[in-house]
Write a protein that binds this ligand. Structure first.
Ligand SMILES: Nc1nc2c(ncn2[C@@H]2O[C@H](COP(=O)(O)OP(=O)(O)OP(=O)(O)O)[C@@H](O)[C@H]2O)c(=O)[nH]1
Ligand SMILES: [Mg+2]
Ligand SMILES: [Zn+2]
Length: 273
């Protein structure tokens, strides 16, 4: 029988077909160093309750460990936790390189003063300018439209409001949420397990947030390629890395047509390894 993994709690794999089956994974997976992930389509024996094989994945991520994703809703807090372009730019790199469409979803606008919002606007508008879709978590009508026939992962910093947003989208869902101070006080993230549920004729995955993320799985060449707005500049050096090369056109645009924090993050991503 074929089903989809919708949750994993230690060695228990929750596989959904017509109903849920709690299965174990065959020992061969561990031997072959394969980890079944939430989102995986699996062939399983419903009597023995064991997963025999995993269908070839469309794509997969390691952090969060999920498979077969169409869209990443990058939940980005504007305050508490503070707006963090480093994490946002990393998540854009990861989405781009795994064939996942990123959508930036901003939260906690209500906590900003008018002045604070005004200061952030040029940065937020920049992401729109270079082609990303940017929405607020209050625009539920826009968010609802994203799901149809799509598998959407909510990812982002811990406390940014992932689980809160899912609960708002579907009043029947009640994922655990927590005030950030309490969450940090416990030294733990509120959401502990990745969970896949159906939503608006599609699927959504709530995931545990993180406070830091690394890009060690990706090469510098890949990271460069994923900074989509740099690609349109024709630098004189054919394989310009936009770092030390003279006459680099990307460097010249920093602070003008290229957002300074984007370039600084790019440098950090390729130098810190
Ligand atoms: N003021 C304000 N608070 C929000 C907003 N969205 C979420 N919150 C609050 O932020 C806190 C954290 O929200 P969660 O939904 O638990 O955050 P999370 O991203 O799921 O966190 P993890 O599960 O740890 O990754 C809760 O107290 C929410 O009520 C928002 O737009 N404005
Ligand atoms: Mg959560
Ligand atoms: Zn260059």
């Amino acid at each position: 029988m074929k089903g989809q993994i919708i949750k994993i709690i230690s060695n228990d794999y929750f596989v959904k077909k017509d109903k849920e089956y709690i299965c174990k994974a065959r020992g061969k997976f561990r031997k072959e160093n394969i980890t079944p992930k939430v989102g995986d389509y699996v062939f399983f024996d419903e009597k023995e309750k064991v997963i025999n094989s995993i269908e070839k994945r469309k794509n997969e991520l390691d952090r969060p460990p999920v498979a077969n994703i169409d869209i990443a809703l990058i939940i980005t807090s504007l305050k508490n936790p503070a707006f963090n372009t480093n994490l946002l730019d990393k998540l854009l790199v990861i989405s781009n390189l795994n064939n996942i469409k990123p959508i930036i979803c901003l939260t906690k606008k209500d906590l900003l003063t008018k002045k604070e919002l005004k200061e952030l606007k040029p940065t937020l508008n920049y992401y729109k300018k270079i082609g990303y879709k940017v929405i607020y978590n209050t625009e539920l009508f826009k968010i609802k439209r994203i799901f149809k026939n799509k598998t959407v992962v909510l990812t982002g910093q811990t406390g940014a409001g992932k689980s809160t947003l899912i609960n708002k989208l579907d009043k029947n869902l009640n994922f655990e949420t927590n005030e950030i101070s309490k969450a940090l006080g416990r030294g733990k993230h509120t959401t502990r397990y990745i969970t896949l549920v159906e939503l608006f004729k599609g699927k959504v995955l709530d995931t545990p947030g993180f406070s830091a993320l690394d890009l060690t799985n990706y090469t510098n060449e890949e990271i460069k390629k994923s900074f989509i707005e740099f690609n349109k500049y024709n630098c004189p050096y054919k394989n310009c890395n936009h770092i030390n090369e003279k006459e680099c056109k990307v460097k010249k645009e920093v602070g003008h047509n290229i957002l300074k924090s984007r370039y600084e993050n790019y440098k950090k991503f390729i130098e810190k390894r």
